[in-house]
Ligand binder design. Structure first.
Ligand code: HEC
Ligand code: HEC
Ligand code: HEC
Ligand code: HEC
Ligand code: HEC
Length: 397
């Protein structure tokens, strides 16, 4: 706990927030009546570390809201300085400019010019230790940001500061047009040593959400794709479902409209997308089943068409590795794992889509239709050259 609190204290908070936040933390010890035991406990801890020595510190004038916000935030992934997403650069001591935009509050502020610098990727490196701090989303200048650029080049207009912040960091780092450019006019089934895996990056919720309009998935030229998933008015923004500090999904909110509001059970569609005919299970299970089928096809295609077996390792970048002798183990060269090296255009397109859809744990709610379409089209495309009877699986898109 103490480390996280140091982060909170070490962060750059704007003057207004510093005044509002810090005394509130100090006040936590004195003013905990009426809050839950959980928040009381965390407030006690916070009080010990960050109690200001002097200053305008009047517990009876402090708003309780900050205390709740801080306690919720302190338990979320956004404050977890030990997470790989923040600690990745600790040994280097600084975060490269292109990474800092999303991996440190200071990098984010610089990217949007909130710190007085010119907007755009920060010029110099950012010191390590920053997290998604309060001033990332509450910086007063953030309301001047009216559009956010997506990896496809799309400029998406944003109406609120919450949208501006979430959309900047949860958009991923690649787009379908990057795949198109990489494969250009190459022979679809010919392995090409110039091709490398293109990683969509992680937690790409906003990219999924914008669907075909955002252009983040690889969209097959002869197909149509669903656009942004508007869902329903009360749940049309990130923070209408995610509490912005704890980041938890307000699941009660689902039961207003969905009869069975357990995430795994929600379903409206009367179509069995995975061909199982089971309309009782949630839509999430259909998407998961199709993604799993696609993963199987990727592995089969690698051996049968590209000619080099592939091993997938979720814990090791770049995730797809070569297994030339087919013994089920990743090949090594000088003690290093050999990245997959027989990419064909068709394989790269499908694998990118599989990674894009599965890297968003909430894809089934952020944009179920777009996710299902990408997986279906990728599976269909791979099945062709292997001579498989795609229709027989009854998958739907
Ligand atoms: C400066 C970049 C940045 C901004 C702005 C940002 N996020 Fe995040 N978000 C991250 C990173 C990095 C992680 C991964 C943190 C980790 O692994 O501990 C993350 C994690 C999450 C998670 C996963 C849950 C968890 O506890 O790890 C959710 C949900 C989330 N963010 C939603 C949002 C929403 C909603 C917004 C807008 C209100 C938002 N984020 C704004 C960078 C950002
Ligand atoms: C557009 C925003 C954005 C940019 C730019 C960005 N990242 Fe990320 N990255 C994220 C988000 C959001 C996550 C959080 C995923 C999670 O763990 O929930 C993440 C996660 C990670 C992780 C943790 C992955 C894991 O398995 O937990 C690593 C490592 C990483 N990024 C490296 C980089 C590097 C290196 C760069 C620069 C070359 C970079 N990122 C640029 C948004 C970004
Ligand atoms: C990822 C973005 C994000 C971060 C980080 C963040 N907030 Fe917020 N906060 C929001 C949003 C969005 C709202 C809701 C604003 C609205 O309703 O217009 C909000 C609302 C609030 C409120 C109003 C009461 C409430 O809880 O709804 C307070 C107080 C607050 N934040 C304090 C903080 C403090 C203190 C921190 C740092 C410990 C922090 N916030 C970090 C996005 C964020
Ligand atoms: C209709 C409600 C809804 C909306 C709107 C929504 N989400 Fe989600 N989100 C969810 C659900 C449900 C999950 C899956 C949570 C789970 O599996 O526990 C999720 C998962 C996530 C995750 C992955 C969390 C993790 O633990 O890995 C991130 C990141 C995320 N959402 C960010 C966003 C962002 C950013 C936006 C806005 C672009 C957004 N969400 C809009 C409901 C929503
Ligand atoms: C205001 C009503 C409303 C609320 C609240 C709501 N939804 Fe929905 N949901 C809908 C409607 C309407 C659709 C159909 C939208 C469409 O397909 O265009 C839908 C579709 C879905 C789907 C796709 C289902 C399918 O079979 O196609 C999922 C998954 C989903 N919602 C999850 C959630 C989650 C999770 C929450 C709570 C965080 C939530 N919804 C809250 C109205 C709502």
């Amino acid at each position: 706990m103490s480390l996280r609190i140091k982060d909170l204290f070490g962060i750059h908070v704007s003057f207004g927030l510093a005044l509002a936040v810090l005394p509130a933390i100090g006040a936590a010890q004195a003013q905990t009546t009426g809050t839950s035991p959980e928040i009381e406990a965390i407030a006690q801890e916070l009080g010990q570390f960050v109690k200001p020595r002097s200053g305008p510190f009047k517990p009876d004038e402090i708003k309780i809201a900050n205390q709740t916000a801080i306690a919720n935030w302190a338990r979320s992934g956004h404050s977890d300085s030990h997470a790989e997403a923040f600690a990745h650069w600790d040994s280097e001591g600084e975060i490269p400019p292109v990474c800092a935009t999303c991996h440190s509050g200071a990098g984010f502020r610089s990217f949007h010019g909130l710190d007085g610098s010119a907007p755009g990727v920060k010029k110099g490196p950012t010191p390590v230790g920053g997290v998604v701090d309060c001033d990332t989303c509450h910086n007063p200048a953030l309301n001047k940001v009216t559009e956010v650029k997506f990896p496809s080049g799309l400029m998406h207009p944003v109406a609120t500061t919450a949208e501006a912040s979430c959309m900047t960091c949860h958009q991923g780092r690649a787009a379908g047009n990057m795949i198109s450019k990489a494969v250009a006019t190459l022979e679809p089934d010919a392995p090409n040593p110039e091709l490398k895996f293109i990683n969509p990056h992680y937690a790409v919720a906003a990219a999924t959400w914008l669907g075909g309009y955002g252009g983040s998935g690889f969209q097959y030229p002869d197909k149509d794709y669903s656009g942004r998933f508007f869902h329903a008015r009360p749940v049309e923004t990130c923070v209408s479902c995610h509490e912005p500090h704890s980041l938890k999904v307000a699941q009660d909110a689902c039961s207003t409209c969905h009869e069975d509001s357990k995430l795994d059970n929600i379903r409206l569609s009367r179509i069995s997308y995975d061909g199982s005919g089971d309309l009782k299970k949630g839509l999430r299970a259909d998407l998961a089943a199709n993604a799993e089928r696609l993963q199987g096809l990727i592995i089969d295609y690698a051996t049968k068409v590209a000619g080099v077996p592939m091993v997938f390792d979720d814990h090791r970048f770049p995730y797809f590795f070569a297994d030339a002798n087919g013994d089920g183990r990743i090949d090594e060269q000088n003690g290093n794992a050999v990245a997959y090296n027989a990419w064909t255009p068709r394989l790269l397109q499908a694998t990118y889509n599989w990674k894009f859809v599965t890297s968003d744990k909430g894809a089934f709610v952020h944009n179920p239709h777009y996710a299902l379409e990408l997986v279906y089209d990728s599976a269909q495309d791979l099945a062709g050259p292997m001579g498989l009877d795609f229709q027989a699986w009854n998958m739907m898109r």
